[in-house]
Structures are given as C-alpha cells and as structure tokens.
Design a binder for this molecule. Structure first.
Ligand code: ADP
Ligand code: MG
Length: 320
C-alpha cells in the first residue's frame, strides 16, 4: 500500500465532516473558517513508542489516547475542539493495525465532533504527532496565570490510575485482575474534560490539565500566577482500584506526583464557587476541592488531616 492509498483507505471521507471546513484532506492545505469573535486555540502533542506508550499497546487505544491528550489541552483552555491534523510515522504499513488505530481515533473524534483535516505520513519509528485546533470566544480562554490568593483549588476527577497502570507493570505489583483492568483502561482511554473546560469559561480564574502530575502541573499555575498553595492530600480523589492495590501513602504519591490522568486542575474564587459546582454537575462532573491559593512563592504546603505531610520518598520496591 502506498501513502496515498493509505490516506484514502483510512482517512478520506471517514469520520466527521464539519460545515466550517471548506477543504479537508486532499489538497496542500486545509481551509477552515473560524467563527467571528472567536480565537483559534492550537496545541501539539507527540507520542513516541517506548517513551509515551508501551510497544504492545492496543492500536485502538493508541488512536484514542493520541487524540485524547491533545483534546485535553484544548479543554484546559476552555476551547471547543474543531479540527486536527495528524503526523503519522510508521515502521511499516500493517493494514490490521491501521484499521484498529484509525477506528480508535475516529471514534473519539466523532464523540467530540472533531474533523481530521490533514496530516503527513512517513516511515520511521512509531510516532504520532497531532496538532489539534479549537475555537474559544475572544478573551474567554482559561489560562495558567489568573489564580488569586484565596481562590479554591479543584480537580475534576480521580487521580493516580494511569500511574498505577504504568508502575504496577514496571514493578510487577500483584494487582487483582479487575483493579489492573480498570487502571489500564484509564491509561489507554483517557476522557478529556472538554465539556467541563468550556463550562468553566468566565468562572474559573485559571486552569491546566494534569498530564505531568498534580503537583507539577499546579506549580505551573502558581509560577504563572505568582502565588503558592496549600493542598490537603487527604482530599485528593482516588479510585477504589488505587486504594485497594497499594498502601495509602504510596497511592497518594501516584495521585499527586505522577501524570497521565488528564483531569482538569483549576482555581475558582469564593464568589464563583457555587455557580461552578452547579454548572459542572450539569455535565455530570463532581468537582473536588483539594486546597486553596496562598500568598507568596514558597513551595506548595502539603497537609494530611490538617497536619503537615510529606510525600513518601521511598520507592515502590517494598510491596512488589
Ligand atoms: P503534500 O505532499 O502536499 O504535503 P501529502 O501527499 O503528504 O501532501 O498528503 C496528501 C493529503 O493527505 C494532504 O491533504 C494531507 O494533509 C493528507 N494527509 C497525509 N497524511 C495524512 C494523515 N496521516 N492523516 C490525515 N491526512 C493526511
Ligand atoms: Mg503539498
């Protein structure tokens, strides 16, 4: 199969067709129309085999995940995802693999009404680079720089499951079959918080998606907003699978210091707290308050049961 046959078979005329696309796949560029009074939000994320995913990841999961992590960046800015382009580097053309991979990608693209408008296909080590575009009303995007002293800090859902999937595999932890399966599902099929991100426009003071770990991503907000934070580790939401599987302090370490969950982390003023909670409930999201923005630029203050608390330094060996 040649490159153009591959594109025809797996991309052209498949998936979403949006009315704001004048020219999609097939020309030198795509041509799209950005609505009046909107800004274009643009983000790129690359996934490399062996770095961002295990070589034996199901291709359907890879297609889903590659697009999901990009849509999560749009969600974090409050943008509505619209178009994506796909840079695909493949070691070889394997029709079965491509069928599954593109099915996984088209599925999530359809769910979020996103059109694949172009890309590039090359031979080399398996690498997926997606550039996702979205629109956001002018001046309404959520950024990392708006957190104010006294704002409450929220997350949109459980943290640490993706880390459990990765670390349990690396360290051979004896997880139950159902806990292992549910953690792996979170790693393979993350759900970007697209509706929640848009619902937070005009309400949250800052936002970011949790790709590198809660503490690391919170630090980005704190640095950009010139503030610090107090976090109640005991309030951080974790799945039953994570709670069952490993000792609690180690579970918290995964939830706080490891990434790949793609939940949103955001700040909201006292005045907007109630309206935020009711808006997110409309979208089926249960926002969890885990702390508060503080003045200064010291390190994040971690508490457990209101007492000072430190992340465990020890590794994971002792329960493997
Ligand atoms: P060019 O050589 O002009 O850059 P290509 O031959 O690379 O064009 O691609 C032909 C068309 O197919 C273009 O519209 C391009 O955007 C699209 N395309 C190429 N690879 C992909 C891909 N992996 N996914 C989606 N569209 C693709
Ligand atoms: Mg060209």
């Amino acid at each position: 199969m040649k490159e153009f046959e591959l594109i025809n078979r797996y991309f052209t005329g498949r998936g979403v067709t949006r009315r704001d696309v004048d020219v999609g796949i097939g020309d030198d560029c795509a041509l799209v129309n950005v609505p009046d009074n909107c800004q274009l939000a643009i983000t790129t994320d690359t996934l490399v085999e062996g770095v961002h995913f295990f070589a034996d990841i199901p291709p359907r999961a890879l297609g889903h995940r590659a697009l999901a992590v990009n849509l999560s960046d749009l969600a974090a800015m409050g943008a509505e995802p619209t178009w994506v382009s796909l840079g695909l580097t493949l070691p070889k053309i394997d029709p079965e693999w491509l069928e599954e991979f593109t099915e996984g990608m088209h599925e999530i693209a359809e769910y979020f009404n996103v059109q694949i408008i172009g890309g590039d296909t090359t031979q080399g080590p398996l690498t997926i680079t997606i550039c996702a575009k979205g629109t956001v009303p002018k001046g309404k995007a959520l950024t990392r720089s708006g957190a104010n002293v006294g704002d409450w800090i929220y997350v949109t859902g459980n943290l640490g499951d993706a880390a459990l999937a990765i670390e349990s595999r690396k360290n051979n932890w004896p997880l139950s079959e159902s806990d292992a399966a549910s953690a792996l599902k979170k790693f393979h099929y993350p759900s970007p918080r697209v509706a929640a991100g848009q619902a937070l426009r005009g309400i949250a003071s800052s936002a970011i998606d949790i790709s590198d770990g809660l503490l690391a991503d919170l630090s980005h907000i704190l640095r950009r907003s010139d503030v610090t934070a107090q976090i109640h580790a005991d309030k951080v939401p974790m799945s039953d699978a994570l709670r069952h599987s490993i000792p609690q302090d180690q579970a918290l370490k995964l939830a706080l210091a490891y990434g790949d969950d793609y939940e949103l982390l955001y700040t909201v003023s006292q005045d907007n707290k109630l309206i935020m909670e009711s808006k997110l409930h409309q979208y089926g999201v249960e926002p969890i308050c885990i702390g508060q923005i503080q003045p200064g630029n010291d390190d994040i203050e971690l508490l457990y049961d209101n007492q000072p608390w430190l992340l465990p330094e020890s590794g994971f060996e002792h329960f493997s």
